[in-house]
Design a protein around this ligand. Structure first.
Ligand code: NAP
Length: 273
């Protein structure tokens, strides 16, 4: 007899959170890292707006406090905790905070990244490569490991790793960062077949150039911005909210048949490995 398989189990749908409902994430708990600014903050807002209870985090307590107040001011169910994703103890504390505050975890958006090096990749030293891979790649893999048992207890879940257009098309001056984002494409592919039998879908989102503090060196100067957009083949800069909508889709029941994929959200930019 034909069986739909584990894809069907991904993000179980609660009575008031059905596909097509305005609150498709009602009853779900979402953990979002690096969520006090830019794309992460927009993701936390979009998931909260879709009915999820959101635990947001970043390194600095005053940023966490500000972001929580901002989203609560919009009527969303949000709590916050500090977490430097590169630190194992800090990651464990964040996961425990989600369990203590909301009673479980259904969704993880791993969004944190660093880029400590601007210049030729050949000039990046071993410490730089280690740091970039530790925060951007290893921490994401370790976070997935931490949340999986809790998602399994809830009957499944959905995970999104934040990659980048730079993962497909290495950007000049951003060598180690670009390679780390390519590694995330591979991480999604490697983890997906292991997670699907557990009812968990993992996908990636690869934004193009989005107007945030992180990318300001690429858009603040008009000439630099125009050159970057032309190189990428993109029409314009994106907004954090546009990226957040892609994340929302991937963690929602509407994407129940999408797994092991990385979605490019890049305004027409060309991308291939
Ligand atoms: P952003 O607006 O500058 O925000 C960065 C956020 O990360 C802040 O909330 C910051 O808060 C937090 N953060 C930084 N280091 C952290 C760490 N080690 N652990 C936990 N939180 C940390 O950045 P963004 O542009 O939205 O970038 C978010 C993600 O999108 C990154 O993965 C980036 O690679 C990706 N991305 C961005 C673009 C773009 O054009 N902007 C394009 C492609 C991909 P604290 O300072 O309080 O920690």
């Amino acid at each position: 007899m034909w069986r739909p398989g584990p894809l069907r189990a991904a993000v179980a749908v609660s009575p008031r959170g059905t596909a097509g409902s305005p609150r498709p994430l009602h009853g779900k708990v979402a953990l979002v890292t690096a969520a006090t600014d830019g794309i992460g903050l927009a993701v936390a807002g979009a998931l909260g707006g879709a009915g999820a209870q959101v635990l947001l985090s970043s390194r600095r307590a005053h940023n966490v406090e500000r972001a929580v107040q901002e989203l609560r001011g919009r009527g969303l169910q949000v709590s916050g905790v500090t977490c430097h994703v590169g630190n194992a103890e800090s990651r464990e504390k964040m996961v425990q905070a989600a369990l203590d505050t909301f009673g479980g975890i259904d969704i993880l958006v791993s969004n944190a990244a660093v880029n400590p090096h601007l210049g030729p990749a050949l000039e990046a030293d071993e410490g730089t490569w280690d740091k970039v891979f530790q925060v951007n790649v290893t921490a994401a893999a370790m976070l997935v490991r931490l949340v999986v048992p809790h998602m399994e207890k809830r009957g499944g879940g959905a995970i999104v790793l934040m990659s980048s257009i730079a993962g497909y098309q290495p950007m000049a001056g951003l060598g180690p960062y670009s390679v780390s984002k390519t590694a995330l494409l591979g991480l999604v592919g490697a983890l997906s077949p292991e997670l699907l039998p557990r009812g968990i879908r993992i996908n990636g989102v690869a934004p193009g150039l989005v107007q945030t503090r992180f990318s300001s060196a690429l858009w603040q100067d008009e000439a630099v911005r125009d050159r970057a957009l032309e190189t990428l083949g993109a029409q314009r800069l994106g907004t954090p909210e546009e990226v957040a909508q892609a994340v929302l889709f991937l963690v929602s029941p509407q994407a129940a048949f999408v797994a092991g994929e990385t979605l490019l959200v890049a305004g027409g930019a060309r991308a291939r490995l």
